[in-house]
Design a protein around this ligand. Structure first.
Ligand code: ADP
Length: 275
């Protein structure tokens, strides 16, 4: 039984293909202007990795902000439920998830079956999102994936006064031109995100184990900042945490397919009984 989850976000498209509850292929691709194109690209890459044809995958669940226009998805599930389920699949002891993606961040609490019991979300502006990191990294003249390692070298943290990503980019450029240490500025950028996320997750309550999902989970500076502020060790999961939404979608696909075959069996049994 092959199923897939397809998560079309604002920055990347992600696909995971699962067989027997194991991930056999995955992809992460940058978004295209049309979500439909992102979905095709992400799915083609994952299929090629597994040596599969599209028709080999029996059920696809779509999620993410572009979920409604994924042409090959049979069903859709919200990102909140998918990140919750993906984290639960990765480690059933996880109860709190912080999903930090390109354009929003969410704090999600789940129960002992992976169901969402509480969530809070910031999707009003770029503050506290991957977009903030991308724009401030640009102001600093580095790549977004360098912010974690650079901030790891910092002897001090320069606190940013702007939470708006547009103003923060200018502030970062001003600090750089004043000769301030680049590592200290990078630490300030990461701390700005860590502080917003810690406040958001406190709104839903921090129940351990805690995990970060989404692309920002790859920024060690943000991860360390959140751990310090919350006083918890974040859980390392067995998959790339940027994929957890797509993993959750694949788990929902597996359940939908199992339900469909149970219904089919019942109908067949009823027909046989009627004969
Ligand atoms: P979305 O689902 O909204 O498209 P993602 O979960 O893919 O977003 O996260 C995208 C964000 O992740 C980027 O804005 C960037 O800040 C961050 N990111 C992605 N890759 C890396 C990396 N290798 N190192 C650090 N940060 C990263």
């Amino acid at each position: 039984m092959l199923v897939a989850g397809c998560d079309i976000g604002s920055t990347t498209g992600k696909v995971t293909i699962m067989a027997d509850d194991q991930i056999i292929a995955h992809s992460i691709v940058p978004t295209e202007p049309l979500c439909e194109d992102t979905a095709h690209k992400a799915m083609s890459q994952a299929l090629a990795q597994a040596g599969l044809a599209p028709e080999d995958v029996e059920y696809v669940v779509g999620t993410g902000y572009g979920r409604l226009v994924i042409p090959f998805a049979q069903a859709t599930v919200t990102e909140i439920s998918c990140h919750g389920m993906g984290a639960f699949w990765a480690d059933p002891a996880i109860r709190t998830i912080m999903d930090i993606g390109g354009q929003d961040c969410k704090a999600i609490r789940i129960d002992e079956e992976g169901r969402v019991v509480e969530f809070a979300m910031n999707d009003k502006c770029a503050a506290g999102t991957g977009r903030f990191l991308e724009e401030t990294a640009r102001g600093l003249g580095v790549e977004v994936w360098d912010l974690g390692p650079i901030s790891g070298e910092a002897q001090e943290t320069i606190k940013l006064s702007s939470s708006c990503s547009v103003f923060a980019e200018t502030e970062v450029m001003t600090l750089l031109n004043e000769g301030k240490d680049i590592a200290a500025i990078a630490a300030g950028i990461n701390q700005s995100i860590a502080s917003r996320l810690s406040a958001l997750v406190r709104r839903v309550g921090v129940a351990e184990k805690v995990v970060i999902s989404g692309g920002v989970s790859k920024n060690g500076g943000v991860v360390r900042g959140i751990e310090q502020r919350l006083g918890v060790s974040l859980t390392h999961v067995r998959v790339d945490a940027q994929l957890l939404g797509a993993v959750g979608a694949a788990v929902f696909a597996k359940r939908a397919l199992a339900k469909r075959s149970r219904l089919g069996e019942r109908r067949a049994a009823r027909r046989a009984g009627a004969v």
